[in-house]
Design a protein around this ligand. Structure first.
Ligand code: HEC
Length: 177
């Protein structure tokens, strides 16, 4: 009888011991091992300049805007759409609404039948002084970097591209305002 009782208690003791081990192990896991879920982890601060936010292209940071880059071309296209497309057309084909009745007609940039020379420095001079006897005005009031960006865009769409030596363009650009 007493033996049975001992045996019975030993079993209960064993079960109790195991459950305690389990409880302590689980407690240890919760407190020490498991790091939990960081609720702050995926919260995006709308004011933070994170990698997900496309940082605006800053033309002022471009040291040599006479050297074409995809960013300059994209920026030049924006300036073109706002200031030139009404005459030269959204695709630069010389067919903008404000140019319909002009004589001579706005240049079709894609064809690129240049009147004042085919080089990018020739185009820059056109933007400095305009073209006499017509509606192509001077854009000398635009920042030089903006004018270079415009010309990078035009050069990207024309089939009659500038073949000027980059070294000569750079030399010209450093003094051209
Ligand atoms: C009011 C209409 C008008 C606007 C706005 C205009 N242009 Fe023109 N542009 C012309 C006309 C017209 C010609 C052709 C003039 C000619 O053949 O004598 C021309 C010609 C040109 C040429 C050709 C130069 C060459 O050697 O043949 C370039 C480059 C040019 N424009 C750039 C621009 C840029 C860049 C802008 C915007 C900043 C601009 N134009 C805005 C009307 C316009």
């Amino acid at each position: 009888m007493s033996e049975d009782k001992d045996y019975y208690n030993r079993g209960g003791m064993l079960a109790f011991a195991f459950s305690m081990v389990f409880v302590f192990a689980f407690f240890f896991y919760l407190v020490v091992v498991n790091k939990g879920v960081d609720l702050g982890e995926n919260v995006v601060d709308p004011n933070a300049q994170t990698a997900n936010v496309v940082v605006a292209f800053d033309i002022a940071s471009v040291k040599e805007p006479w050297v074409s880059t995809p960013e300059l071309v994209a920026y030049g296209k924006k300036v073109f759409m706002t200031n030139c497309a009404m005459c030269h057309g959204n695709e630069g084909k010389g067919d903008g609404v404000a140019g319909v009745n002009l004589n001579p007609k706005p240049r079709n940039f894609v064809e690129g039948q240049w009147k004042k020379g085919p080089g990018i420095t020739d185009h820059f001079k056109v933007l400095q002084v305009g073209i006499e006897g017509g509606s192509m005005a001077s854009y000398a009031h635009f920042k030089a970097a903006d004018r270079w960006a415009l010309l990078q865009f035009i050069d990207s769409i024309t089939t009659n591209k500038s073949k000027e030596d980059p070294a000569k363009v750079a030399e010209f650009a450093k003094t051209a305002q």
